[in-house]
Design a protein around this ligand. Structure first.
Ligand SMILES: Cc1cc2nc3c(=O)[nH]c(=O)nc-3n(C[C@H](O)[C@H](O)[C@H](O)COP(=O)(O)O)c2cc1C
Length: 264
């Protein structure tokens, strides 16, 4: 029987950038024989958790309050072999609908480890200034970790590198479909795995540097020439322990690159 990969589109816009990225990942999964399913979360927004007490939902695995959308998504996730979850970045975070769903799924299924070992791939698209491309991913990977899922390298995206990101998404979707459900041996094994996942632990300065590199890459050659020296200056300042001054150089690259992109 073929594997079932579920793609969650965490945007209010069903045909936006998140959808493109999640669809690309699912295309990769489909190419290696998986059956795929897209969930447009905008059509399935769950209610906020009401923190019922006593906390019985973790025992009977059912929300105390009627929430048909939660039921629909839960069933898909409980019966899949891999998850692709995409969110737009809103103020450096996920969208509210993604948060609401994660909190309810935590509440119901964390204790029973119902999603244990499911391969998971998270995508965050910072489609405005590009800020928050990493911080937007963290809640998704916190979710994967707490649920004992097997998160793979995430995909932080901006609107400046969409073409490249679509290709990467396809490869990662394929990887999710090819992975076996391999359980973690212990909590330490799990946390060690997540501590070694790229991007998640970067500082604000490193996030800005990544963003500057992405926006710089998209500049025409003559424009690159104007700010090229700032990369060297940033490295020299950083090596000399002048971290703040180094950050200023990186910001100069980003500001200049962003301004150019805005003119286009
Ligand atoms: C409330 C709100 C907050 C946003 N915050 C950010 C942000 O912090 N960084 C960013 O790059 N873009 C931000 N954006 C822009 C979205 O990330 C962008 O529109 C994205 O493409 C939305 O994904 P979609 O096309 O799938 O809807 C924000 C948009 C909204 C509506």
């Amino acid at each position: 029987m073929s594997k079932k990969i579920v793609g969650l589109v965490g945007s209010p816009r069903p045909d936006g950038l998140t959808n493109k990225l999640v669809s690309s990942a699912l295309k990769g999964a489909e190419k290696v024989g998986a059956t795929i399913e897209v969930v447009q979360m905008s059509e399935c927004v769950v209610e906020a958790c009401r923190d019922c007490l006593p906390w019985i939902c973790a025992d009977n695995l059912r929300c105390t309050y009627e929430d048909p959308h939660l039921q629909i998504i839960s069933e898909k996730m409980l019966n899949c072999d891999g998850v692709v979850w995409g969110t737009p970045v809103y103020w450096g975070d996920t969208t509210a609908m993604v948060r609401l769903l994660m909190l309810k799924l935590f509440r119901l299924y964390a204790r029973s480890q119902s999603f244990k070992s499911i391969p998971a791939f998270g995508i965050a698209i910072a489609g405005g200034s590009g800020n928050g491309l990493i911080s937007g991913l963290r809640p998704l990977y916190h979710f994967f970790r707490i649920m004992w899922m097997r998160g793979i390298t995430p995909l932080p995206v901006t609107r400046f590198d969409m073409d490249e990101a679509l290709k990467k998404a396809e490869l990662s979707g394929r990887k999710v479909a090819e992975m076996e459900k391999k359980p973690f041996e212990s909590r330490d094994d799990r946390d060690y795995w997540y501590d070694n996942i790229p991007y998640l632990a970067v500082s604000n300065a490193e996030e800005r540097k990544l963003l500057a590199a992405v926006t710089y890459e998209g500049l025409p050659a003559e424009r690159k020439e104007l700010v090229k020296g700032s990369w060297t200056s940033a490295d020299v300042l950083s090596a000399a322990g002048q971290t703040l001054e180094s950050m200023n150089e990186i910001s100069r690259i980003y500001d200049s690159s962003f301004e150019k992109h805005m003119q286009e």
